[in-house]
Design a protein. Structure first.
Length: 407
């Protein structure tokens, strides 16, 4: 079916098409095919209700013109239901695959090369962000396709009914299955105060979603200006180009790229998905269940999570690189330009919370698909710790925000 579809869409011969089994393809599928003597890589993306969604997609030329490293497709379709990119096939791995191997078998030299490549890419992202930063109106912010990743997954379109979209489909009114046979309903956990590994947090699950619904309303996201950005640069959308002395990274699949991307949203998804989603729990939940322990309790109205999951050495290294080479200098630049809102941390935290909860159903219970009770407990605990600071004490997110806070 895909061979016939691609051949008709682009008017090219298509043969030997294969679809990749890819844990990172959460809203897409990809694979390879031959056309005559040439070999190609394809990626097909689709969102629920995308005919009603906003924004113009796949603007790789914006990134290339700004000086960001981006692979240009040789064929492209942006029609709703037919969003398809065709690239010349590369021998390079994706950065996600390189890091997955380092999660399992850390190697200090390879981690150092990966960090250097990440830092170089961040230098480029930062330079483009500074050069392209401009004041934008609420209407200009709302026209950017990045809102498909956040706000438009909270609502039903048309009409913007809330709660809707993936929030309603995944969580509201559903049963949640946790380790040791514990099952809880949305109504039991949505308003329960949250405790994670002994720390009390400032937002309940419902409060985190409600705050996101208001804070990430597209017209409310313009306060920190707009920039040229990829918007969805998780590492399964990044090629890892090995060199003799050093390695380099290059983007592809710029489905949500733009030139007025709200500047505090632009790197949120990549920060979460490239660091805090690893090792294993989001993309390889079966591995998380084998390697980690988790427990969930609802006692005296408090929802408590206990897990032994933690970041791997390579993810800790990448987090430091992201903090030092992008977030800290970028927040300082926004402050110096008079464009850093007082609630900048809450804005970024909201995006970090939405990144995992809306990309995939983290609920292992009713309606769940890929997740199991252990990975669900880990995922929800990580998301909720991203949503707000602990009332007392610190965690990996508070340490990150303290590291990047403008002095």
């Amino acid at each position: 079916m895909l061979e016939a579809f691609i051949a008709e869409l682009f008017g090219i011969p298509v043969a030997e098409l294969k679809i990749n089994l890819d844990q990172y393809s959460l809203n897409s599928l990809n694979g390879f095919f031959r056309s005559g003597d040439d070999r190609f890589f394809f990626k097909f993306h689709q969102e629920e209700g995308e005919e009603e969604m906003t924004g113009e997609y796949y603007r790789a030329d914006i990134l290339s013109s700004a000086g960001l490293p981006v692979d240009q497709p040789v064929h492209m379709s942006t029609l709703p239901g037919e969003q398809l990119l065709i690239y010349r096939r590369r021998s390079d791995p994706r950065f996600s695959d390189v890091l997955f191997e380092l999660d399992q078998a850390p190697d200090n030299d390879d981690i150092a090369r990966a960090r250097a490549a990440e830092a170089e890419l961040n230098d480029g992202i930062l330079a483009v962000a500074k050069a392209s930063l401009r004041l934008i109106s609420g209407e200009e912010a709302a026209a950017e396709p990045i809102h498909r990743l956040f706000y438009e997954r909270l609502i039903d379109l048309p009409g913007e009914a809330y709660p809707g979209g993936r929030l309603a489909k995944f969580y509201v009114g559903k049963r949640f299955d946790f380790p040791n046979g514990i099952s809880l309903d949305w109504e039991e956990i949505a308003d329960a105060p949250v405790m994670i590994n002994g720390l009390r947090y400032g937002r309940t699950l419902r409060q985190a979603f409600d705050e996101a619904h208001e804070r990430y309303r597209p017209e409310n996201t313009a306060s920190a200006g707009g920039i040229v950005a990829h918007g969805d640069a998780h590492n399964a959308n990044v090629w890892y180009e090995r060199g003799s002395e050093c390695d380099r990274l290059a983007f592809f699949d710029p489905a949500f790229a733009g030139d007025k991307v709200p500047s505090l949203l632009a790197e949120v998804k990549s920060t979460f998905h490239n660091i805090f989603a690893h090792p294993f729990w989001l993309y390889n939940p079966e591995m998380a269940a084998e390697r980690y322990r988790a427990a969930v309790r609802l006692e005296e109205g408090v929802l408590s999570f206990e897990t032994d999951w933690k970041l791997s050495p390579v993810r800790i290294t990448l987090l430091k690189a992201k903090a030092e080479t992008f977030w800290k200098p970028w927040l300082a630049h926004l402050r110096n330009e008079g464009l850093l809102p007082n609630d900048w941390e809450a804005i970024v935290r909201t995006g970090l919370f939405l990144s995992p909860t809306l990309v995939m159903n983290l609920n292992a219970g009713e309606g769940g698909d890929r997740h199991n009770p252990v990975s669900s407990a880990i995922g929800l605990s990580v998301a909720l710790s991203a949503a707000s600071r602990p009332v007392e004490g610190d965690d990996m997110f508070t340490r990150f925000f303290d590291r990047v806070r403008p002095e």
